[in-house]
Ligand binder design. Structure first.
Ligand code: SF4
Ligand code: SF4
Length: 438
């Protein structure tokens, strides 16, 4: 069982409050990290019951984004404490019906594959694009539409003569937080071709196969040999975050069997999956699991290790939004920026709030739609106010892509969403790196 001990260093200073999206949305101490820590400790000491309505309201309202961790001067491991509390609550009262149904589907390939196949069929009709909007149904349609990828981008990148350089100078955000100056090394000499197995996942495999393809192509260009390992299942992150550690362990054990041998690295292009896969050693508590966890890399980490190789220019204004489980859980900050900096002419911006949760948080947006939208709204406001307006919001997690994409559609903003590796892939395609493959 996860442990509460990571909460021990908390001195209740409150430095974490301004970093907490739910506290910012409500101003309620109970929806802050400090307030939740007090509740979790009371639960641990059996001072309140696992059925206490206030406990459930405030812990269910936590995004699990871990935005409170890096700002804590005492080094409190909030995420570990939250997992311990959710596991205790799960054991005492199980899960609400909706959560049980959603997690049950993700546990079995036989269930989620046909459901996602239907979703893909619906997406292909483009009805979700037409029906997306502010209502709950419209927002769901917007999420599905946002998963469709950005294959129309090459046309956008050939616009030319946009005067982008002038706009760049006028951009105050750009002036203060430009990341285009990051050094881009030329293609590194490749002493060997490490083998890499792609972690396929569930949502990524079913709705973002274009990102998987882009991942494989860009890795190959950068000297990796991509191999396919069968027998993979959902990573179990959704179950772990809900407190169902038993289901998470069962899924982790199946992935361990499928992935432990057969490749030098296991590459993940979903930040949420990567965070749990890197934590399999703790979850399964075995040398084999720790060995496998040591091989896990986010795709941006592997590409950044190789430079990555620069491609052709893309004339785009791009705002990078950092997924919580990449920046806070995996502590990966620079690699996605290095990846995007390998695309010449791409103007990269970090907008206010780019390091704050979008409100997706696994199945949180399904279970807590009102709070999820309140958290998202401040991010969408930041995109709407940006000058120059971004062409694209780029982020490396499927939930964030869908949540932000739906929010942009609901707000009527003509801004697309893309995974960072999609842009590098388009840049390579434009440079002719794949011509020999056709
Ligand atoms: S979690 Fe850290 S920042 Fe927040 S109240 Fe406790 S010690 Fe202070
Ligand atoms: S995990 Fe996120 S939502 Fe939960 S208390 Fe920390 S900052 Fe707030």
């Amino acid at each position: 069982m996860a442990s509460y001990s990571a909460l021990d260093p908390c001195v209740h200073c409150g430095f974490c409050l301004p970093a907490c999206p739910t506290y910012l949305a409500t101003g309620d101490e109970g929806h802050s990290p400090r307030g939740r820590i007090v509740l979790m400790r009371s639960l641990e000491r059996a001072e309140i019951s696992a059925h206490d309505p206030a406990l459930l309201e405030h812990l269910d309202g936590c995004l699990g984004c871990r935005g409170c961790e890096p700002v804590c001067p005492s080094g409190v491991g909030y995420g570990q404490g939250l997992e311990a509390a959710r596991e205790q609550i799960f054991q005492a009262r199980g899960l609400p019906l909706t959560a049980r149904a959603v997690l049950g589907v993700f546990r079995y390939r036989l269930l989620w594959r046909p459901l996602f196949a239907l979703a893909r069929l619906l997406r292909a009709t483009r009805l979700p694009h037409l029906l997306s909007g502010k209502s709950r149904l419209g927002f769901g349609m917007g999420m599905l539409a946002a998963s469709a990828g950005q294959r129309s981008l090459p046309r956008a990148t050939e616009r030319g003569g946009s005067g982008a350089a002038g706009r760049e100078l006028e951009n105050p955000v750009k002036a203060s937080s430009s990341i285009n100056e990051l050094p881009v090394s030329p293609a590194a000499p490749l002493p060997s071709r490490p083998s890499v197995a792609l972690f396929r996942g569930c949502v990524m495999d079913a709705l973002f196969s274009h990102v998987h393809a882009a991942t494989e192509r860009t890795l190959a260009v950068n000297g990796y040999r991509v191999v396919d390992l069968a027998g993979q299942v959902c990573c179990g992150a959704l179950h772990e975050h809900a407190g169902d550690a038993g289901a998470a362990r069962a899924l982790a054990a199946a992935n361990l069997e499928a992935l432990a041998e057969g490749a030098d690295f296991i590459v993940v292009n979903s930040a949420g999956c990567g965070a749990l896969l890197k934590d399999y050693g703790r979850l399964l508590n075995s040398p084999a699991a720790r060995g496998m966890a040591a091989k896990i890399r986010d795709v941006s980490e592997l590409l950044a290790e190789r430079g990555p190789r620069p491609g052709a220019a893309l004339d785009l204004e791009v705002a990078y939004d950092a997924p919580c489980h990449l920046q806070h859980a995996q502590r990966v900050h620079q690699a996605p920026l290095a990846l995007l900096s390998a695309v010449p002419s791409l103007r990269l911006h970090l907008l206010p709030g780019s390091d704050r949760c979008c409100g997706s948080a696994g199945i949180y947006s399904v279970l807590q739609p009102r709070m999820a939208r309140a958290v998202l709204d401040s991010k969408i406001g930041s995109f709407a106010a940006a000058q120059p307006p971004p062409d694209l919001i780029v982020t490396g997690n499927p939930g964030c892509l869908m949540q932000i994409g739906a929010g942009l559609r609901a707000a009527g903003l003509p801004i697309g969403v893309a995974h960072p590796v999609e842009l590098l892939d388009l840049s390579y395609e434009k440079a002719g790196f794949y011509d020999g493959e056709r």
